[in-house]
Design a protein around this ligand. Structure first.
Ligand code: NDP
Ligand code: 2IT
Length: 444
């Protein structure tokens, strides 16, 4: 059995009951086959086995008190996956579905994504099965303080720098940072996505969504195409989805559908994003409210139907495995030409195969959504330098990074004989830097 097949098999055997981790590892290792052929020395060094085994996994109890005085207990996680090229870096996800498999898939993806940014950041991820929905601000603060009381002993500005992800935004980062500072007595860049009054970077909030659209714009430009007049469907109505919508509209596209975890809105006139922001960011309410505020808009219960809305560009920006084989086929039948992944692993392996067979321009998550973590690294640089860049400066750096990532993965795909296959291209381009750093650092 060849090296890649053997490692995939071992991962499944040694990590049972981790389907999301198996999925991410399979996608990555399949993409790396041409690299392994060219570098037989990696097998002797057990490079793939080391790459797919986290350097450290921390799991802990998070007890907190709810508003009724009842004690609640959640699970906390931080997977410090790979520090070959820099301190561990990656978000925290608070969602009831969180388990070790999900955190490990996110952490493994993060290693390659962070490498692709060209900045010195390793890969990690964490979170909790805590559900922020329906909790009061006081309960959110109690939870965040308890979570950080344990997490603080494992992180640090030069060790591991968490940030936001699903369910963790500016409010949660604020409470987490406050508790870190109180316990450690240091005001440092240990978290990114901080508020602008205490070390945050301009444009970090917008970065993932903007970066996604910058990459799509570059892919279109290379084909003599542009966003002007394009019809776009975006799943999600959170941080990534909202700012992808803002930038796509600014560049002349029409976004006609978005969803939250209950159902989707369709607005043939183009989504009024100010209304979505008011509902989701300010009121923390359900997106179905939109139809009460915008005439002519429709609401459909359930999420999957969103992929039946015809579009030129689909931007899945909510969560993993949102687009399965059946949804991918419908998108293709309806004439989709570009798919850009804002969420992490939003397309199943079967869904990706459908897009690739149909010749769709498919921009995989670890490249397309890297703008968020790239701007986090810019926030770290500003913290260390004790200075701030303007919005325009950060935005220009972000755009430049996204264009570079696009060309690096495009070139890697060409160099390794898989032109146009950006899944392989992104995996190869991200992996080579990590591989070289790991080989140079000895058996660790
Ligand atoms: P948010 O919590 O801000 O928003 C998530 C959105 O997706 C919400 O609208 C939520 O619906 C919806 N959603 C979440 N889970 C599900 C589900 N199981 N089914 C249907 N809808 C769901 O998170 P972000 O926007 O930050 O993250 C979205 C995706 O982007 C994630 O995959 C994340 O890993 C990825 N990402 C985020 C980055 C960042 O900088 N924030 C960077 C790179 C990637 P509801 O409102 O009902 O909860
Ligand atoms: O998936 C991701 O890249 C993020 N959630 C952002 C991580 C970060 O450290 O900014």
């Amino acid at each position: 059995m060849n090296y890649v097949d053997r490692v995939i098999e071992e991962i499944k055997k040694k990590n049972p009951n981790e389907p999301e981790f198996h999925q991410a590892a399979t996608e990555i290792l399949n993409g790396l086959r041409p690299v392994i052929e060219r570098h037989p020395e990696y097998e002797k060094a057990a490079l793939l086995e080391r790459f797919t085994e986290p350097e450290r996994t921390v799991m802990f109890r998070v007890p907190w008190v709810d508003d009724a005085g009842m004690v609640r207990v959640n699970k906390g996680y931080r997977v410090q996956f790979n520090s070959a090229i820099g301190p561990y870096k990656g978000g925290l996800r608070f969602h009831p579905s969180v388990n070790l498999s999900i955190i490990k898939f996110l952490g493994l993806e993060q290693i390659l994504k962070n490498s692709l940014t060209g900045l010195p950041i390793g890969g990690g991820k964490g979170g909790s099965d805590f559900d922020p929905k329906g909790k009061s601000d006081n309960e959110i603060m109690n939870f965040c303080q308890s979570f950080m009381t344990e997490l603080q002993r494992h992180i640090g500005q030069d060790t591991d720098v968490p940030a936001g992800d699903i369910g963790v935004g500016a409010r949660e980062i604020g409470y987490l940072f406050g508790q870190y500072k109180r316990l450690r007595n240091e005001h440092v860049g240990v978290l990114t996505g901080r508020g602008l009054t205490y070390g945050g970077s301009l444009a970090r909030k917008q970065a993932t969504g903007y970066g996604l659209v910058y990459m799509v714009e570059e892919a279109m430009k290379c084909r003599g195409d542009s966003l002007t007049g394009k019809t776009v469907v975006i799943s999600g109505a959170g941080n990534v989805a909202i700012y992808a919508c803002v930038k796509a509209q600014e560049l002349g596209a029409k976004v006609v559908a978005m969803y939250d975890s209950n159902g989707y809105i369709y607005d043939k006139n183009g989504i009024d994003i100010a209304v979505v922001k008011q509902i989701k960011e300010v009121e923390r309410a359900r997106i179905k409210e939109y139809v009460n505020r915008v005439e002519g808009a429709e609401y459909h219960e359930g999420c999957k139907g969103i992929w039946t809305v015809p579009c030129d560009l689909a931007l899945p920006c909510a969560t993993q495995n949102e687009i399965d084989e059946a949804s991918a086929k419908i998108l293709v039948e309806n004439g989709v030409k570009y798919v850009g992944e804002g969420a992490n692993m939003p397309t199943t392996l079967e869904g990706i195969a459908v897009f690739q067979a149909a010749g769709i321009v498919f921009l995989p998550a670890k490249a397309a959504n890297a703008g968020g973590v790239a701007t986090s690294a810019l926030e770290m640089a500003q913290s260390s330098g004790r200075m701030y860049w303007t919005f325009e400066e950060v935005d220009a750096k972000l755009k430049n990074i996204m264009i570079n990532i696009y060309h690096n993965m495009d070139n890697a795909a060409k160099e390794y004989g898989v032109e146009g296959d950006y899944v392989s291209g992104a995996n190869i381009a991200g992996f080579m830097k990590v591989a070289e750093a790991m080989m140079a650092q000895g058996i660790v």
